[in-house]
Design a protein around this ligand. Structure first.
Ligand code: IDP
Ligand code: MG
Length: 139
């Protein structure tokens, strides 16, 4: 069993896609084991995306990520990290495969509806960024 972090980004919340995103993950057999709504400060968005701080889009990305509420969630399942990334589609919606969330709903490479961790180390950091032990289901 593997855990990963996904986020419905401000554009996804604004477009009423919280349920659609959760439905696609659940339909793929992933379990939502933690979920909440949050609204990041600029500093908190910068902390979350610290790995991208040298990238030219860092300022714009972190402004976008604190522009409205978001819905972070922890998902659990076999190959959860890869499954979430497959369901999301490529970063740029123009390159995303048909039937992926980003192909179906994203407006641009920045406003692309959804986040998903890219590896086990980043997943552990990102889950801990939003959820403490009491906020995650132990079933
Ligand atoms: P990912 O979300 O598909 O893993 P990353 O390369 O990790 O993509 O980039 C993080 C986020 O930064 C993207 O989801 C997107 O919102 C934004 N982003 C990535 N590349 C660009 C770009 O070239 N211009 C503007 N925003 C970008
Ligand atoms: Mg990434």
């Amino acid at each position: 069993m593997e855990k990963t972090l996904s986020i419905v980004k401000p554009d996804g919340v604004n477009k009423n896609l919280i349920g659609e995103v959760v439905k696609r993950f659940e339909s793929a057999g992933l379990k939502v084991i933690a979920i909440k709504m949050a609204h990041l400060t600029k500093k908190q968005a910068e902390g979350f995306y610290a790995v991208h701080k040298e990238r030219p889009f860092f300022g714009s990305l972190t402004t976008f990520m604190c522009s409205g509420p978001i819905v972070p969630m922890t998902l659990e399942g076999k190959d959860a990290i890869r499954k979430v990334r497959d369901i999301m589609g490529a970063t740029n919606p123009k390159d995303a495969k048909a039937g992926t969330i980003r192909k179906d709903f994203a407006d641009s490479i920045e406003s692309n509806i959804v986040h998903g961790s890219d590896g086990t180390d980043t997943a552990a950091f990102e889950i801990g960024y939003f959820f403490n032990a009491t906020e995650i289901s132990r079933r």
